[in-house]
Design a protein around this ligand. Structure first.
Ligand code: GLA
Length: 701
């Protein structure tokens, strides 16, 4: 990457949620190689400490620092009165030391004066509780006073720093969608009615789309339409789904307002930090269209013994939202966080392994929260690059060593991950499926998405995520783990994909409702009837703790038996319409009926899995689907090189970079030849990677 931003299409003032041309190929200005740094909150320290900070940043190889994220009251201590002296000195100090600046707009924590002046701008919870000051989390995103104040402080920053030579990237706000996404204030009520008017045009249309004939909910006047606040029983699910859309839209509108305020004074690229799969209130496909550079925050779930898999899953969604372009890991942790029930410290080497997982999956920047551990406040027990124990600590030594590692990987920046398999993910469908009174509380969109992802991981298959409306033609295999809400158009897209030669695998409880959570006419799964050769006549969920056995059809095993898989939670009574039966229920409510099916359409195949198979069962289905897709999963790995060895490739400029990350406890060996970049050694035929270690091998493509 050169010193200038790559060519980009200028962003226009698109209303939030309107598809905008993606600014493909933009990157943070002046950050070459794989950037390295973190959140830096020097306002928590006397200025004498800053000199030590930048000296140590240089020692660690830090190339960027994210500043100003929580500094609204410092730059605007009173309404309309700005003070930039400290920030001028800080930005100049970083610049003088060759450290580039990612500049936060501080709008995630309005100052105390704002809450005092505009108490009606506070967020109100679903139960009617207004949320006060003393913590963090923005006020009502629908409040005109908030929007005006946010744009004012953002404009002041953009005017002052928009052309500063140190500036690499604008970092708008912080983690939109947490800690609260939904707001039930008066401001929200009026904005929701406006949003609904724009969406439906007339009250008649709203009544029809929300199905208000049910339970006598018909509205006769717009002023009767309320927010889906706490009520005596279940609130209209179409209304709740729209409220989830509206809430996300309001946050995005705040982002767009700040982004456009910056754009008027600065052509430095703009981002905001997402939380892929960790924040259920933002639809990242829509957000990804609005930013110049996609960035993400990721924190391991310490309670999950295989959290490397969910890390990879978040990284893959982030890259997919970035349309395969390099993305920015804005935050993760050097060791423990402070907000989980048990904050497990990372093992030696884990920082490096986790960080390089993100790089393997497309990140061209590695950032941490935060540079120097805070002495006070709610996050004083969170790890940092410079921990409370100082430079005599293991964490510090690993931070310095990792900076050197990234130096060896500079040439990887700009290369891309290419996947032949896509997993469908639609946040709107997850919102809808997550509402109350579904056929079983055990059916969960994330649970199946995670399970299918895990099964693909265990087969060493690299995947993209895709929205069901996306162009899927570059994928040999598409898995739909949780497409409960599937519009007729999106179902037609999937059907075209199959007919054109694709292999589609659909899990149960898919193709059930339209965009208003209304059951599709023609029965469950009707929009996918052509692709799958079936519909679902009746759901047959299982009692808690009950399981079913599923027998694979076709040729028996060597011992004369048919392979049996185990499943639980869910079964379906299927109405076959051309599909062939691949596996049958041995017992349970559908004993003798089809459990797994395969259907030929045009040049492709549609598979349907009607029950919650365990991971081995999913891998059995995948093994068969790979054959339809013409995919040969990676084999020929060395003895003991199992599912805990992560192998991912990035390609670029005629080169292939093979990342091998050994998360297991045994040494791994992988067939590859080339130059190992982290050690500078040559690999001839077999790469050996000790337990816990990482290697990156460059080969000609
Ligand atoms: C989030 C926030 C940071 C910090 C970290 C702690 O990512 O953006 O400000 O609170 O969590 O893990």
């Amino acid at each position: 990457m050169d010193d200038q931003p790559r060519p980009r299409t200028p962003l226009s003032s698109t209303p939030a949620g309107t598809p905008a041309e993606h600014t493909v190929g933009v990157w943070a200005r002046g950050l070459d190689g794989v950037a390295y740094g973190g959140d830096y909150n020097p306002e928590q320290w006397p200025e004498e400490v800053w000199a030590e900070d930048v000296r140590l940043m240089r020692e660690a190889g830090v190339t960027f620092a994210t500043v100003g994220v929580f500094s609204w009251v410092l730059v605007e201590p009173r309404e309309g009165v700005f003070e930039f002296g400290w920030l001028d000195r800080l930005v100049d100090l970083l610049h003088a030391n060759g450290i580039r600046v990612v500049l936060g707009t501080p709008t995630t924590v309005p100052p105390a004066w704002f809450y005092r002046a505009y108490p009606e701008a506070r967020v109100v919870t679903r139960d009617g509780v207004p949320l006060g000051f003393g913590s963090r989390g923005m006020v009502s995103p629908s409040s005109p006073q908030y929007r005006e104040a946010a744009v004012r402080v953002t404009t002041a920053l953009a005017e002052r720093y928009g052309s500063h030579p140190a500036l690499a990237l604008w970092h708008v706000h912080n983690e939109y969608g947490v800690p609260v996404a939904e707001d039930y204030s008066e401001h929200a009520l009026h904005a929701f009615r406006d949003w609904l008017r724009a969406r439906y045009g007339s009250l008649d249309a709203l009544n029809a789309r929300w199905g208000t004939a049910f339970w006598g909910q018909r509205y006769g006047d717009w002023d009767e339409v309320g927010l889906p606040a706490a009520a005596a029983s279940v609130v209209n699910p179409a209304e709740r789904l729209d409220f989830a859309r509206f809430s996300d839209h309001q946050l995005r509108a705040c982002f767009v307002a700040e982004r456009d305020a910056i754009r008027a004074h600065s052509d430095v690229p703009i981002t905001t930090n997402f939380m892929a799969f960790a924040c259920g209130s933002t639809d990242l496909w829509a957000w990804g269209r609005e930013v110049d550079v996609v960035s993400n925050d990721h924190y391991l779930d310490a309670a999950d013994p295989r959290n490397q898999v969910t890390l990879a899953q978040a990284a893959d969604l982030t890259r997919s939202v970035a349309q395969g372009n390099p993305w920015f890991l804005m935050e993760h942790s050097t060791s423990a966080v402070n907000w989980q029930p048990r904050n497990v410290a990372k093992q030696p080497g884990e920082l490096r392994r986790n960080s390089l997982q993100h790089v393997a999956r497309g990140a061209d920047a590695v950032g941490f929260f935060q540079w120097r551990a805070s002495r006070s406040g709610a996050e004083k027990f969170h790890s940092a690059m410079l921990p409370h124990a100082g430079t005599g600590s293991r964490v510090w030594r690993e931070v310095v060593a990792f900076g050197a590692d990234l130096g060896h990987l500079a040439e990887v920046a700009g290369s891309r991950v290419e996947a032949r398999v896509a997993v469908l993910w639609d946040q709107e469908s997850a919102w809808a499926q997550g509402l109350e009174w579904r056929p079983s509380v055990d059916v969960d969109a994330r649970e199946r998405t995670d399970a299918w992802y895990r099964a693909l991981w265990d087969d060493h298959v690299t995947v993209d995520f895709a929205h069901p409306s996306a162009d899927l033609s570059s994928y040999a295999l598409v898995v739909a783990p949780a497409s409960y809400l599937l519009t007729a158009d999106d179902a037609a897209n999937l059907t075209r994909y199959v007919a054109a030669g694709g292999t589609l695998v659909v899990s149960y409880f898919s193709g059930i409702v339209d965009e208003n959570d209304a059951v599709h006419e023609g029965g469950y799964g009707a929009p996918l009837r052509d692709a799958l050769g079936l519909t679902v006549e009746e759901f047959a969920p299982l009692r808690a703790g009950d399981g079913v056995r599923v027998a694979w059809s076709g040729a028996p095993d060597d011992d004369g038996a048919h392979r049996e898989l185990v499943a639980d939670t869910w079964t379906d009574h299927l109405a076959l319409d051309g599909a062939e039966v691949v596996a049958t229920y041995v017992d349970g409510p559908v004993a003798g009926g089809a459990a797994v099916t395969r259907h030929a359409l045009g040049d492709g195949h549609g598979w349907y899995v009607s029950t919650r198979l365990d991971d081995d069962g999913l891998r059995a289905v995948l093994a068969a689907a790979y054959q339809d897709a013409g995919l040969a999963p990676r084999d020929g790995l060395g003895a003991g090189t199992g599912r805990d060895v992560e192998i991912v490739e990035r390609t670029g400029d005629g080169r292939l970079y093979t990342f091998v990350l050994n998360h297991g406890t045994e040494p791994a060996s992988v067939p590859v030849t080339g130059d190992e970049l982290l050690t500078g050694s040559t690999v001839d035929g077999w790469l050996k990677v000790p337990a816990g270690e990482v290697a990156v091998v460059r080969s000609p493509r």
